[in-house]
Design a protein around this ligand. Structure first.
Ligand code: XUL
Ligand code: CO
Length: 434
């Protein structure tokens, strides 16, 4: 037991009228929404990197947080960090967490030394998880922070770095499998370029495609039953990242024969950076059959960076869960808070409150999404808008060709009559629920 959270009691559900700063007003894990417990719908996870490894720096200034596990270069303090992390999971009643190798262990002076540190912490996690409800939603490798990754991981011009990436991902997949993780994620922050002047894009894409095939082969070899997820992001830290957005990733998966093996982990802030909304990315992934999991957060709409703030916008979140529920809900995926405190939010209480607020906003969004689905207003509007396609003539046209369709139009049998898209009416409809 650390004294970081000062013995804070588990957060309780007190209902929408509670005025307590540390209570759930909407997240009631056992409440049944559309036939399923809220906890089983939302499948919340704490992101170890933001909540425990991030030190509060920004491009203009360094560390602002002072934690008992700083500096993070020693295995004993990595265990203190793990103790505090599991205390937070208990306080929040969190069903899941997620990690990168680099967040949980100190870097060693060789690959083997880093791996020893990593395995020590995985053992430590395993022991803690044996007496708790918190499970692993996903593990991943950090192949973007250390200078060795500066020119990419699997897309690096140096084959030695490709090898280092393969060895690193193997160790992270082994650990994820050992902890019964439900997914394995790959986010390629350096899989892209700074300038095309020094980049052979075709070769890099082929290497990345081959690498992902090796990951999938290894998953089957070790009998890992979780999903392999790729996380789209258009840029930052690289000028351009190959996993730009959901549809770009799908094209990549198809080209390398992986569209039935790999799904996507979509992040609200990354959607915004790509010039999309979060529900666009989710709707695109569900249309293509590759929705896996989500990283929930929000960006500042003025700054243009990936600010990774905790979510705080019910309508945005409600529309995201609307598309997730419509797709049947999560299977192996969940809601990972890939979100960090603002650097002035120094206290343990800030960290707890950030998660409580995020969980509550998601629960509120989920309830609104379920109410819209149960009411059926948006589905009815869609059915009415596309009703023309229900006729045998319209269906036959899809089997026809340009020539036969031309005849229909040319002879005047077909004559389009524009109809309202009813956007404002539909927006007003959504506002009744959020
Ligand atoms: C970075 C990001 C990562 C991935 C995991 O923007 O989202 O934290 O989620 O590597
Ligand atoms: Co993320």
């Amino acid at each position: 037991m650390t004294d970081f959270f000062q013995g804070m009691a588990p957060i309780a559900y007190e209902g929408p009228d509670s005025t307590s700063p540390l209570a759930f007003r909407h997240y009631n894990p056992d409440e049944v929404v559309m036939g399923k417990r809220m906890e089983d719908h939302l499948r919340f996870a704490v992101a170890y990197w933001h909540s425990f490894a991030w030190e509060g720096g920004d491009p203009f200034g360094g560390q602002t947080f002072e934690r008992p596990w700083h500096p993070q270069d020693e295995i004993g303090r990595a265990k203190v960090k793990a103790d505090a992390a599991f205390e937070l999971f208990d306080i929040l009643g969190q069903p899941y967490f997620c990690w990168h190798d680099a967040d949980i262990r100190p870097e060693g002076d060789s690959f083997a030394a880093s791996l020893r540190n990593f395995e020590t912490i995985i053992d430590y996690f395993e022991e803690k998880m044996s007496t708790r409800k918190t499970r692993l939603l996903w593990g991943t490798a950090n192949m973007f922070s250390h200078r060795r990754w500066m020119s990419g991981a699997s897309t690096n011009p140096d084959p030695d770095v490709f090898a280092y990436s393969a060895a690193t991902v193997k160790t992270c997949m082994d650990a994820t499998h050992r902890l019964n993780g439900e997914n394995y994620v790959l986010w390629g922050g350096r899989e892209g370029y700074e300038t095309l002047l020094n980049t052979d894009m075709g070769r890099e894409l082929d290497h990345m495609g081959r690498f992902l095939n090796m990951v999938v082969d290894y998953k089957h070899k070790i009998g890992f039953k979780g999903a392999i997820l790729v996380e789209p992001k258009p840029q930052e830290p690289s000028k351009h990242q190959y996993d730009y957005d959901a549809t770009t990733c799908y094209g990549f998966l198809q080209k390398y024969g992986l569209e039935n093996e790999v799904k996507l982990n979509l992040e609200q802030g990354h959607a915004i950076l790509a010039g999309h909304s979060f529900e666009h990315e989710i709707a695109a992934a569900t249309a293509l059959g590759v929705l896996g999991s989500i990283d929930m957060n929000r960006n500042d709409y003025q700054s243009g960076w990936d600010t990774d703030q905790f979510p705080n916008n019910t309508p945005e979140v409600a529309l995201a869960y609307y598309h997730i529920l419509k797709d049947g809900g999560f299977t192996s995926g969940g809601t990972n808070f890939d979100a960090k405190l603002r650097r002035q939010s120094l206290d343990a209480e800030d960290l707890v409150a950030a998660h409580v607020g995020g969980m509550d906003i998601c629960a509120r969004g989920l309830k609104a999404a379920a109410a819209m689905l149960e009411d059926g207003g948006l589905d009815q509007a869609l059915a009415a808008r596309y009703a023309g396609w229900d006729t045998p003539e319209a269906q036959a046209m899809l089997q026809g060709d340009l020539g036969s369709i031309f005849e229909q139009v040319h002879t005047g049998k077909v004559d389009p009559k524009p109809q309202s898209g009813r956007q404002e009416i539909l927006e007003n409809y959504v506002n009744r629920f959020v």
